[in-house]
Write a protein that binds this ligand. Structure first.
Ligand SMILES: Nc1nc2c(c(=O)[nH]1)N[C@H]1C(S)=C(S)[C@@H](COP(=O)(O)OP(=O)(O)OC[C@H]3O[C@@H](n4cnc5c(=O)[nH]c(N)nc54)[C@H](O)[C@@H]3O)O[C@H]1N2
Ligand SMILES: Nc1nc2c(c(=O)[nH]1)N[C@H]1C(S)=C(S)[C@@H](COP(=O)(O)OP(=O)(O)OC[C@H]3O[C@@H](n4cnc5c(=O)[nH]c(N)nc54)[C@H](O)[C@@H]3O)O[C@H]1N2
Ligand SMILES: [Mo]
Length: 768
């Protein structure tokens, strides 16, 4: 057989696949990529593993008309034909709409699914549902939701501000110091939503180091700073960033190192914050000593850092992970406040940025224009939930909650449809989500593999993976246009989602509205032509669709390679007023103060993390993104598996925490708290701060329902996290704020089951 070479695009970069006889032999990074991602190694095994869903399947007791007989997540499945499953779905949709209206359908369907402009799982589902009257959606994301909600009140829209981040080339030239709250983990810059043609971050950081820029890494993980940076490591207690920034601000204020002229011209409300900082308003001065006690750092160290920050051009960077914590709005507001006190916002290499390191591109490049897209149509249902309120919604229909200063009520979701996300990976407190998922009448999930979420469905739809259909990749913040070939045919009876929705739409009388009479290939060509004509408006000549698909990656230029964040506001504050009520940076916000919330005031303030305050656990549990995969995707692939310890996800433990518990490198440990427990493989290392453990996200949740607290065998941190939200302002996820206890696991090691399918039978066998 001939070995063919074909391009593919993933959120972690361009892959060059070697394909033989309908099989993917290997996928390697594109040779033009200076720092390609090894996550490509997960593709062949992850798509061809035994966890692959090969036929439509229906939960056994649901199919047999006794849906409550066995709980979701524990039941067996019956494989059925496509005709049968689409008839079942059409019937359920009709029933739910008739009894509850379209507001009874929840299809927030949060998740990353795959790269590709057309075959985007969520967009396809939402377009289909909009054709039949809409659905309840979710608002925001798990990545930086506190920033999405908070930043508009105090400076402006978060997404566009991230796109306007000061370029790394400017930092290399102008900054003296970069202070990184939450570090800037290179492992995370493998990824960018929608695809990334070239990974530039490592080289750009190296250029900064070579230019003599100094870095401080304030994070529980030393390796959150690239080695080349030789960063000073200040491992503050997790969740203590606001306290640390307050301590820094107090030193600046106390030693007259702040910039009253800047505060006066570009901000409002400093005097109200000042009263809090000095303790005039609450009797507590937020001194370096005060901050030292909260952060576990030295007061002298904090003072020295404040002076260093004021002594030259300083960029304050806040990682998204820092706001994925209890009261995660506060470190954002405090970073802006601190940067305003330094007075360097809008200067080259100074000021602040939230989101460096959150993906491959922030500060490196931005897209030149908006790519073509398949419209999702209009959703006639106005209702939504904040994305991380999923368990709350399901457990408390009709219940009241606050969001952005309003009181709202949860809808009653009778039918839940998820396509392209894995809530039993991404949501916190999974045993609670397991309970919550028992409440709807019907749960439908489309996926490629038998993840924990598909196991909680009544109807499971086997879909083609990105590598099994034609499309093109173009990242939301990238400038590469990437041909995506169908490397192989979908296995078993897996189908391309678009084609499946066409058949369902035909059953429901909306085929013309959904498809506009186009095949997949015709849609692709139309979306490409849209992209091509947008490109022409930017003096870029793109080839026609067929030529493009036959060629290599096309890389367009960065629209503003010398960008300095908020430079225009600094130059002309009246003309370029910020879209805040005052047009300035709001160090005090009348709007936020008027909400009267007890967990977010009118200025940045310190709140201690909740598990710590409640005395839960002995160590902090961090749970950041894994180096070895994208979230939970292809967890059963070779690269992901190669890092597991005794088949479990590795948990980083400091030697001084491990030794007293008799835990050695390579042991299996049990992590536990009041919410749950899981097993994990001990990696004993001093890269983690003592008093903290770090368990990567994304090991497929593998609960043992016969063990205490449905112990997860595999090492998913969300077995342990709380699903309280950051605050009643934004209702954002706060995954990084859990505390746990641990011990060496002594019992017989249970085998990992989740990488194999659940019990399956054929429909006629089940009936017999
Ligand atoms: N404890 C803790 N939890 C966290 C975080 C944390 O820091 N700590 N981080 C959070 C963050 S930032 C995020 S973004 C979320 C990520 O959470 P998710 O985005 O939900 O995670 P993924 O694993 O990317 O889920 C995508 C799913 O889509 C499936 N899929 C892939 N391609 C297709 C397709 O073409 N069609 C369909 N139908 N399905 C497809 C994949 O198999 C996978 O199951 O996790 C959050 N959870
Ligand atoms: N390889 C890979 N890359 C990815 C992803 C992936 O799944 N795999 N996912 C992508 C996605 S969706 C996102 S949103 C981004 C996430 O990007 P980030 O949010 O930046 O990543 P995290 O790993 O959650 O957090 C970064 C670091 O913050 C530190 N940290 C946690 N809590 C605290 C705290 O309270 N204070 C301080 N100072 N530090 C703290 C942790 O040490 C952690 O390593 O990554 C993206 N990149
Ligand atoms: Mo994310």
């Amino acid at each position: 057989m001939v070995v063919e070479t074909k391009l593919t695009a993933n959120h972690w970069g361009v892959g060059v696949a070697r394909v033989e006889d309908g099989r993917i032999l290997s996928v390697e990074a594109h040779p033009d990529d200076p720092n390609g991602s090894p996550i490509n190694d997960n593709i062949s095994g992850g798509l061809a593993g035994s966890a692959r869903i090969l036929r439509p399947a229906v939960r056994k007791s649901w199919l047999e008309g006794e849906p409550g007989r066995v709980p979701r997540g524990r039941d067996a499945f019956v494989e059925v034909s496509w005709d049968r499953v689409l008839d079942l779905i059409a019937g359920e949709l009709a029933r739910v709409r008739e009894m509850h209206g379209n507001a009874g359908i929840f299809a927030g369907s949060y998740g990353w699914s795959s790269a590709g402009r057309f075959h985007h799982a969520q967009s396809q589902l939402k377009r289909f549902l909009n054709c039949i009257g809409g659905f309840v959606r979710s608002e925001g994301n798990y990545s930086y939701n506190a920033a999405l909600v908070m930043m508009p009140y105090i400076v402006g829209p978060f997404r566009s501000h991230v796109a306007q981040a000061t370029r790394w080339s400017v930092i290399a030239e102008h900054s003296d110091l970069v202070v990184m709250f939450g570090g800037m983990a290179l492992r995370n810059t493998q990824v960018s939503d929608g695809g990334v043609a070239r990974h530039r971050m490592a080289d750009n950081l190296e250029a900064c180091a070579e230019a003599g820029v100094q870095f401080v890494n304030i994070s529980p993980l030393r390796t959150d700073a690239a080695e080349a940076l030789s960063a000073d490591w200040m491992p503050a207690n997790p969740g203590s960033d606001t306290a640390l920034m307050l301590g820094l601000a107090h030193v600046l204020h106390d030693e007259d190192l702040h910039d009253p002229a800047f505060l006066d011209r570009y901000t409002v409300g400093f005097e109200k914050f000042e009263a809090y900082l000095t303790g005039a308003s609450d009797g507590v001065a937020k001194t370096a000593e005060w901050a030292a006690e909260k952060t576990g750092l030295d007061a002298a160290e904090i003072r020295a850092l404040a002076r260093r920050m004021a002594g030259g051009r300083c960029m304050i960077s806040v990682a998204a992970g820092v706001q994925r914590t209890d009261y995660g709005e506060q470190p954002l507001w405090m970073a802006v406040t601190l940067a305003a006190m330094l007075g360097q916002i809008g200067l080259p290499g100074g000021g602040y940025t939230v989101g460096y390191g959150v993906n491959a591109n922030v500060g490196n490049i931005e897209r030149l224009f908006r790519w073509g897209t398949m419209p999702q149509g209009r959703n006639p249902v106005a209702d939504f939930i904040p994305v991380a309120a999923i368990s709350e919604m399901l457990l408390n229909p009709g219940g009241a909650y606050t969001y952005c200063g309003e009181t709202r009520h949860f809808p009653d979701a009778r039918l839940v449809w998820w396509a392209g996300g894995n809530p039993f990976h991404h949501h916190q407190h999974l045993s609670r989500l397991h309970e919550a998922f028992q409440t709807p009448d019907t749960v439908i999930v489309n996926d490629v593999n038998w993840t924990a979420t598909t196991r909680h469905a009544d109807i499971v739809l086997p879909v083609a993976a990105a590598q099994e259909r034609r499309d093109f990749g173009a990242g939301k913040s990238d400038n590469g246009l990437i041909p995506m070939h169908a490397l192989t045919a979908p296995p078993g009876e897996a189908r391309v989602e678009y084609e499946m929705y066409c058949d369902l739409a035909a059953r429901m009388g909306v085929l013309e509205a959904f498809s506009e009479g186009r095949s997949s290939e015709e849609w692709l060509e139309a979306i490409w032509e849209q992209t091509r004509s947008a490109a022409a408006g930017h003096d870029q000549n793109l080839p026609d669709w067929k030529t493009f698909m036959g060629g290599d990656v096309i890389t367009l230029p960065d629209p503003s390679p010398n960008q300095i964040f908020l430079a225009d506001f600094r130059d002309e504050p009246a003309e370029n007023a910020l879209p805040t009520p005052s047009g300035k940076i709001e160090i005090f916000s009348e709007t936020l103060a008027s909400f009267g919330l007890d967990d977010c005031f009118g200025h940045a303030a310190w709140f201690p993390p909740r598990d710590l305050a409640a005395g839960i656990g002995e160590v902090y549990l961090l749970s950041g993104q894994p180096k070895t995969r994208l979230h939970s995707q292809l967890d059963n692939g070779a690269y992901s598996l190669s890092h597991k310890i005794a088949g479990r996800e590795p948990v980083l433990i400091h030697p001084d925490d491990a030794a007293p518990l008799g835990i050695a490198h390579g042991d299996v440990v049990e992590l536990f708290n009041a919410r749950g427990r899981c097993l994990a493989g001990a990696k004993v290392t001093d890269e983690i701060r003592q008093g903290c453990v770090f368990l990567w996200t994304g090991a497929w949740w593998d609960p043992d329902f016969n063990a205490p607290q449905m112990r997860d065998r595999h090492g998913n941190p969300n077995a342990l996290t709380h699903d309280l939200r950051t605050s009643s302002l934004s209702q954002s996820p706060a995954a990084h704020s859990a505390r746990v206890s641990m011990r060496k696991f002594e019992g017989p090691l249970p085998e990992i089951r989740v990488h194999a399918p659940p019990p399956l039978s054929k429909e006629d066998e089940a009936e017999a």
